[in-house]
Ligand binder design. Structure first.
Ligand SMILES: Cc1cc2nc3c(=O)[nH]c(=O)nc-3n(C[C@H](O)[C@H](O)[C@H](O)COP(=O)(O)OP(=O)(O)OC[C@H]3O[C@@H](n4cnc5c(N)ncnc54)[C@H](O)[C@@H]3O)c2cc1C
Length: 465
């Protein structure tokens, strides 16, 4: 019997879409070429990186964060094997969790590589080379993304690594050169910096964290420099070659000038990710793509009836929660409901120490759009809880429409920013104003009081600064 839906790819977009579709009564199959479910996010992305970020943060805290609190720790020793086991166990618990949910929701999990032979027909080639044809009313492309490569630079995943290799290094490199000052480069750079590597970051643009609020990025860069990071902004990598002891990179100022040679034990190429559609047969089917992305309409439909796409393979930020929300919305649309994603309120978090979190518009975007806005800011140095925990770095910034006071963006650098940002996300979902946030009672003492104070600062009435 044909399926209602076949989802290709079991990442956060695909597996969530499948579960929601099954909840809504559809007969669902998911085709995944990896042996485990969860896609990039659970296997080689969000989850393993966060396991290593947490463990390495604890190592760094034990090394120099506890003495001022009167907790005396002898120089902590690194047991990288156990740290990696913590990461692997975390991944296993998560991917097995998805398998449990598939079972619970009676979703057929088909292992193999999928090709769309025609609308309604998916050919799956298993590890043994045998092909099976599955049929469905609707096909969802959720094939995600892959590492973007630097032309001429060969990734061997031991000396010249992508994010995948950077999650499994056998020992901390003495020196790590990170190409790309985006989220993944700074997160994995932080992991190895905490475990002893001297980290140098090369970035083509003249700033770190492209796309995030400029003031936030500047302050965050200063914080990372205090942690020992070195930055070469406005530089491009001309080449990277392996040497007897590691690798040598030649970088050049984008504006012109003398090249610089940099030696490193390990080079991490973290220049971004590209949509992945290889082997799907999209060209033969005539499915429209643009710069590698599958083109969709507001309801996730491609130009071929019955074929849909979600997640990293389509436009928008390459984030797991964006993919998940699209998965839910599409399943609901296929069930005749009004599934919807609000792209103006998708948070982004950098899980470093401190964290960086943002939602909505940056100051740069508001200026470019000619929207008049008011800014409210509050530093964590003036927050009691932050002082009590010695986490006073950073600030909260709220951007509100000058005419209506509606919150258009929120940006936080600080301990726990990735959790705090959600009160701004919920507020924005409900079209709330800075005054709404300012008049909402916040527990004392909490880091979140800084969010309230920043909202009060929009009307120049913050109390504690
Ligand atoms: C190191 C790293 C850290 C990250 N950290 C975060 C984070 O903290 N927060 C966050 O929001 N995002 C993070 N991301 C991004 C996040 O992983 C992606 O946005 C997310 O996984 C996208 O989900 P997806 O379902 O679109 O695709 P994917 O997760 O890429 O899943 C696609 C799946 O499709 C399968 N597939 C592809 N083609 C076929 C085929 N023809 N047949 C069968 N199967 C196929 C693939 O094997 C894969 O399992 C991180 C990424 C990396 C690399």
């Amino acid at each position: 019997m044909p399926y209602d839906v076949i989802v290709i790819g079991a990442g956060p977009g695909g597996y969530v879409c499948a579960i929601r579709a099954a909840q809504l009564g559809m007969k669902v199959a998911v085709v995944e070429k990896l042996k485990t479910l969860g896609g990039t996010c659970l296997n080689i992305g969000c989850i393993p990186s966060k396991a290593l970020l947490y463990a390495s943060e604890m190592f760094a805290e034990a090394g120099h964060g506890l003495a001022p609190l009167g907790v005396v720790v002898d120089a902590p020793k690194l047991d990288l094997k156990t740290m990696m086991k913590h990461k692997d166990d975390t991944v296993a618990a998560n991917v097995n969790g998805v398998a449990f949910l598939f079972n619970k929701n009676k979703i057929d999990w088909v292992t193999g590589e999928a090709r769309i032979a025609a609308a309604g027909k998916v050919v799956v080639t298993g590890g043994d080379g045998k092909a099976t044809t599955l049929e469905a009313k609707s096909i969802v492309i959720a094939t995600g993304s892959d590492v973007a490569r630097l032309p001429g630079v060969e990734i061997d995943e031991t000396t010249i690594v992508s994010s995948t290799g950077a999650l499994t290094l056998a020992k901390p490199p003495a020196s790590l050169l990170v190409v790309g000052a985006g989220v993944i480069g700074l997160e994995l750079g932080s992991v190895w910096a905490r475990l002893g590597a001297k980290v140098t970051v090369v970035e083509f643009l003249d700033r770190i964290l492209p796309g995030m609020d400029g003031e936030v990025a500047k302050q965050f860069q200063r914080i990372l420099e205090k942690q020992g990071f070195k930055f070469h902004l406005g530089h491009k990598v001309a080449n990277v070659a392996k040497t007897a002891s590691g690798a040598k990179a030649t970088i050049e100022p984008v504006a012109g000038g003398a090249p610089i040679a940099l030696d490193a034990d390990v080079v991490l190429v973290a220049i971004g990710r590209r949509p992945y559609t290889e082997g799907l047969g999209l060209e033969a089917l005539g499915v429209a793509t643009e710069r590698g992305q599958v083109v969709i309409d507001a309801h996730f439909a491609t130009n071929i009836p019955g074929i849909y796409a979600i997640g990293d393979v389509v436009r928008g930020p390459m984030l797991a929660h964006k993919a998940e929300d699209e998965g839910v919305a599409l399943a609901e649309i296929l069930a005749g409901q009004a599934g919807h994603v609000n792209y103006d309120a998708i948070p982004g978090v950098v899980y470093t120490s401190p964290e960086v979190a943002s939602v909505g518009k940056t100051e740069e975007e508001l200026k470019a759009a000619g929207i008049a806005y008011n800014v409210g800011k509050f530093p964590f140095t003036a927050n009691g809880r932050a002082r009590a925990m010695r986490h006073t770095e950073g600030f909260v910034k709220i951007l509100a429409d000058a005419a209506t006071d509606r919150v258009l963006g929120a940006h936080i650098v600080g301990f726990g920013a990735g959790e705090m940002i959600h009160e701004a996300v919920v507020l924005m979902e409900f079209g709330g104003s800075a005054e709404d946030l300012a008049r909402t009672c916040h527990a004392h003492p909490t880091m979140s009081e800084a969010v309230k104070e920043a909202a009060m600062a929009v009307a120049k009435r913050a109390i504690h600064v």
